[in-house]
Every structure is written in structure tokens, then in C-alpha cells.
Ligand binder design. Sequence first.
Ligand code: SF4
Ligand code: SF4
Length: 358
Amino acid sequence: ERVSQHPLITVRTGTTVTALKGFVGNFTARLADGAEFQHGVIIVATGAGEYQPREFRYGVHPRVLTQRELAARLATGAGEAAAPVAGRVVMIQCVGSRNAEHPYCSRVCCTRAVRNAVRIKERWPDTDVWILYRDIRTYGLRERDYQRARELGVVFVRFTAERPPEVTGEDRLQVRVVEPLLGQELVVAADWVVLSTGIVPDRAGNAALAQLLKVPLNDDGFFLEAHAKLRPVDFATEGIYVAGLAHGAKSMDESVSQALAAAARACTVLEKKALTAQSAIAEVWPERCVACGVCEAICPYSAIAVEWQPYGRGQRRYAKVTPALCKGCGACVAGCRSGALDLAGFTDQQVLAEVGEL
Ligand code: SF4
Ligand code: SF4
């Protein structure tokens, strides 16, 4: 509400960006409804979704829930018919995470399971709560929730990726799990089964946006920052930043920290009246360029593109450098097989002359 009513913030929902041009400090975006607006920076915060389980009888048996559904029922104070307040609750971890399709850890599911287990045990101490896990990853201060769950008598049983639990039963559910240390199968009767579902990216949406912004995705389908330690909220392309689940699975407090960092990085651009381009940037020799596009493909900063441009009395396609984006890395100069690019101050003649003097 504070955002939508802020006089300096315009919120556009239910639409998509269909075209984007420009560079840091001078972007122009067009929306699906035809509206256009100018902006100096972009922060990608498109989020991610929750894995929709197809396993463990979810959607088939009414007492198989996800952790989010369980939390919603606990929050409304629903009675025994709607929430697991009696009998035995069995939670299954890593549903839709750390498998072939989604090889990463979703980072929030262990904490969510342990906190829901604690809430159940604190309100209904006689309810039996079991958590079937591969590894408990309640990292940082979340460890306290894990310790609290153990103190309250929550039962933790490990399973391996090779032998995941099985859920069967019509009225009362049955969960079969092989405990790897015992090497034996345990058969646990359950009144409720709760699935700790993971976080999944919108692969198609992220791919389309990544193509529009000319920024990379990682193998999991999340947006990839320029450098995990040195530029954790930047893309290689100047003026574009990332925050939250768009960048990968993380908790709410981590998303907020990352959003603050991205906003701070964006302010370093927005506070300036003018941006100074590098002096050592790539320069094009139009008469030599054959518009092969190799430079465009290899430039890590999306600073060069083959476009229709004035040439002689007419027009033709050849490479064009955006000085505000070029970092002078020289990759395009080395890659151009037509010798159509030079780096200002580092032309072949200049470099050879320097070498000759050594
Ligand atoms: S690689 Fe060289 S020839 Fe090919 S488009 Fe770029 S500048 Fe032109
Ligand atoms: S010098 Fe580097 S940053 Fe500049 S256009 Fe060439 S490849 Fe891109």
C-alpha cells in the first residue's frame, strides 16, 4: 500500500515488458499495452514459484498438504478437521529439490518444516510429529528452531535420495521409509502428510526476460550475477541488478538484504547527473566489418551489436559500440576475423610499436 500510494512510484501490474533499448542511465522500455517509459536502471526481482508436487499422493488424498497449506491452516486456527492437531503428522523434506530436475537446495523448506512442527507441538503436545529428511539445513540462527523441535520431541528420521519415502493408504495414510543406519524399513501410520516443497524458477519467463535484457541465467534457470563475491547483485551489463528469488532460492530475510543491496547499487547510478564512459573502448572500422555478429555474441557486457547504420549515401549493417557499456576488455577485437575493431589507445600499430621499443 505504501508503495502503490507513493507519489514517486508508478506501479504497473498485469503486463510484461515487450521491448527494451538503451543503456545504463538511459533505458526505454515498452510494455505489452504499448506504454513506454524511460528509466536509468533496472532491478530484476521477478521472484519464483513453489514446486507443485505430483508425488506422495498430493492432490489425491485430502490429508496430504504442503508446508504453506499447513501454515495457512495453523494461522487461521482451524479445528481438527482442517489442521493436524491430533494423531501423527509426517513431514517429508526435499520434495521437488535436490533431484535431477531441480538439483539445488531450496534453503527454506527445512526451516519452514521445523517451525511448523514446533507450532504444532507447542499447541498440541500430544500430537506426534515426524520429519523425514535427507539433511537438515536449518543454517545460521535457524539452528535454534531445530534444537527447540528436538526438545519438544519431534522425531527426525533420515532417508536417502536413492530410497525416498512412499505414501500409501486410503483412509489413514501409511508412510514407508528406509532408515539408512538401521538399514530397515519403517512403516509409519500418519493422519497427515506434509510435503516440504521447493522453490522453482519460471524457466520460460526468465528465459524471455534474460533475452530481452541480454543477461545470463544459470543452469537451474535463475538469473546469474556478475560475480558471486565481488558483484553479487550486479549483472555484467551496467545498470541492471538482481534481487530475491529471481536470483535463486533464499529466505525472506536474505531476499530483503539483497533487495537493499540492489537498491543501494542502483542509487550509485541514479545519484549522478552524468556518467563518464571509459576512454579505452572498442572502435569499429565500418568498411571492414562484414556484419558476421561474432563480436556481438562474445561481448560479455552487451556493448556491441550489428545494426543498420548510415554508410556512404545509404545504409548498411555493421557493428556499433555503445560507449557507455563498453569496458574495453578487448574480447571483440581479438574475436573479429575481419580486423574491423580496434581498442582506442591499443591499436595493433600502437601495441606493436610498444613491443618494438622493449
Ligand atoms: S566480428 Fe568484426 S566483422 Fe563481425 S560483426 Fe563484429 S566487427 Fe563486424
Ligand atoms: S571491448 Fe569488450 S566490452 Fe567493449 S565491445 Fe568489445 S567485447 Fe564488449
